[in-house]
Design a protein around this ligand. Structure first.
Ligand SMILES: [Zn+2]
Length: 102
């Protein structure tokens, strides 16, 4: 049986426990995989800035990590918007070109 230390009261609890038996502190942080760094990074690649709320609800991450993720996501969001605008302008220009050719 593995024992870990409760991060609130510092007493030993079993690794499989969901809550500390001494102080009732939740030992299962966040919502599992999606709150881990791997989960957040994967989610960022899929949904981009929409993963932001998950970063801030995560109990596994420190404030510094949260701020870093926020900056990365804001940058990603900015480039996403710029890329969409360029695609739109390109398509629009092409369509105009085709119309003019007729
Ligand atoms: Zn405790």
């Amino acid at each position: 049986m593995n024992e870990i230390r409760c991060s609130r009261c510092g007493r030993m609890v079993e690794e499989t426990d969901n809550f500390c038996r001494h102080c009732g502190y939740s030992l299962k942080p966040g919502r599992g995989f999606l709150n881990s760094h791997t989960g957040i990074i994967l989610l960022m690649l899929i949904v981009g800035p929409f993963a932001l709320p998950l970063v801030w609800t995560s109990k596994r991450m420190g404030l510094v990590a949260k701020i870093i993720y926020t900056i990365i996501m804001l940058a990603m969001g900015y480039y996403l918007v710029m890329a969409c605008l360029q695609i739109y302008q390109l398509t629009f220009g092409m369509m105009q070109g085709m119309m003019g050719g007729l």
